[in-house]
Design a protein around this ligand. Structure first.
Ligand SMILES: Cc1cc2nc3c(=O)[nH]c(=O)nc-3n(C[C@H](O)[C@H](O)[C@H](O)COP(=O)(O)O)c2cc1C
Length: 308
C-alpha cells in the first residue's frame, strides 16, 4: 500500500496555514449559487459538508469579478448580500478548521464568444471571430479583480484564487503565444503575455494587503493541434508545453502569487480538462512534479483517482 506521509500535515499559503494538503478543486457545479455568484443556504451547507469531511482548503467555483467589460452580473453588484452570506459560510468553515478561497474569474473569453487579447476563432464556431480588448478594458478588468478580492476579504474569505491560465479562458488566451497577437505591452514576449497576471496580483495585494494569499490556476499542457482540434496523444502542440509551464510557474511566483493550482487541457481538448475514467490515472502528475520542484506550494487536479 502506498503511503502519503505529508498529506495530513499543515502547509502555508502566504500568511494562512491550511491544516492539511487535501484541497477541493474549484467546481462551478450549478448548485448552491445565486445567479450572480453568491451562496444560497443549500450552497453554504454543501461546502460545510465538504469541510466536515476533512478538506483543509476548499476553492469555490469560478465567480465573476468583472461586471463592467463583459456586462455580466457578479458579486460586485451585490456587496451587502455577499458579505452576509460569506460571513455565514466562513463561520461554518471555522467550525471544522477548513479555509475557503473564492476563485475570482476573469471570464471565459473566446470560449463564450467574449472579448480576447486579439481576434481569434470562437470555441465551437470558427466562422465567428472574437473582438479584441482595448487597453482601457484590460485595465478595467484588472481593477475589478482588485475590488472583487477586497469584497471577498470583507466577507471573511481568507484568500482568493485567480481563474485561470487554463482551458483557453481569458487569461490563458493572453499567455498562449498562438492566441495572443497583440503588439502592445500585453503581447509578444512571455513576460508581456503574463503582464496581466502580474498586474492582477499587484492590485489584489494593494487592495487587501501583502499578507492576503492569492493563488492562481495554470494548465500545464494545452493538448491542442489547432483551434477546435484536440491533440489526443499530445504529440502535436500549438499551445503550452510542460517546459513553458515551468517557466510560467517561476514567473508567477516572482510576481507575488502565494501558490499554484495546476491542471491540464483546454475546452478544445476537453478530454484532458475534464478527464474521463479512460484517461490514464495520474496522467499529469509527472508534469506537476516538475512545477513542484521549481516553485512551492503547488496543488494538482485532473484524473488523479489515486487509491489510498
Ligand atoms: C462540474 C465541474 C465544474 C468545474 N468548474 C470549475 C471552475 O469553476 N473553475 C476551475 O478552475 N475548474 C473547474 N472545474 C475543473 C476541476 O477543478 C478539475 O480541474 C477537473 O474536474 C479535473 O479534475 P478531476 O479529474 O479530479 O475531476 C470543474 C469541474 C467540474 C467537474
Amino acid at each position: 500500500m502506498k503511503t502519503y506521509p505529508h498529506l495530513s500535515s499543515p502547509i502555508r499559503l502566504g500568511s494562512v496555514e491550511i491544516k492539511n494538503r487535501m484541497f477541493m478543486a474549484p467546481m462551478d457545479t450549478g448548485f448552491g449559487n445565486t445567479s450572480w455568484g453568491g451562496f444560497t443556504p443549500e450552497g453554504i451547507e454543501y461546502f460545510a459538508r465538504r469541510a466536515e469531511g476533512g478538506f483543509g482548503l476548499i476553492y469555490s467555483g469560478g465567480t465573476n469579478a468583472d461586471c463592467v467589460v463583459d456586462g455580466c452580473d457578479g458579486i460586485l453588484n451585490h456587496p451587502a448580500e455577499f458579505i452576509e452570506q460569506g460571513k455565514r459560510l466562513n463561520a461554518r468553515m471555522e467550525r471544522y478548521g477548513a479555509k475557503m478561497f473564492i476563485q475570482l474569474s476573469m471570464n471565459v473569453g473566446r470560449n463564450g464568444g467574449l472579448k480576447t487579447p486579439s481576434p481569434v476563432p470562437t470555441l465551437g464556431d470558427p466562422s465567428v471571430t472574437t473582438k479584441a480588448l482595448t487597453l482601457d478594458e484590460i485595465h478595467t478588468k484588472v481593477e475589478e479583480m482588485g475590488r472583487a478580492a477586497k469584497l471577498c476579504k470583507e466577507a471573511g474569505f481568507p484568500g482568493v484564487d485567480v481563474h485561470a491560465l487554463h482551458w483557453g479562458h481569458l487569461l490563458d488566451s493572453f499567455a498562449l503565444g498562438f492566441m495572443n497577437h497583440r503588439e502592445d505591452e500585453y503581447g509578444g514576449s512571455l513576460s508581456n503575455r503574463l503582464r496581466i497576471c502580474k498586474e492582477i496580483v499587484e492590485v489584489i495585494k494593494r487592495e487587501c494587503g501583502r499578507d492576503y494569499p492569492v493563488t492562481i490556476r495554470l494548465a500545464l499542457k494545452s493538448y491542442m493541434k489547432d483551434y477546435n482540434k484536440a491533440s489526443f496523444d499530445g504529440s502535436e502542440e500549438v499551445g503550452r508545453t510542460p517546459e513553458e509551464a515551468v517557466e510560467i510557474a517561476k514567473l508567477l511566483e516572482s510576481y507575488g502569487y502565494d501558490g499554484l493550482s495546476v491542471d491540464a487541457g483546454t475546452l478544445d481538448a476537453f478530454y484532458y480538462a475534464m478527464p474521463p475514467s479512460y484517461v490514464p490515472a495520474g496522467f499529469m502528475l509527472d508534469m506537476a512534479a516538475k512545477v513542484k520542484a521549481a516553485i512551492s506550494p503547488c496543488s494538482a487536479a485532473g484524473g488523479r483517482r489515486t487509491r489510498i
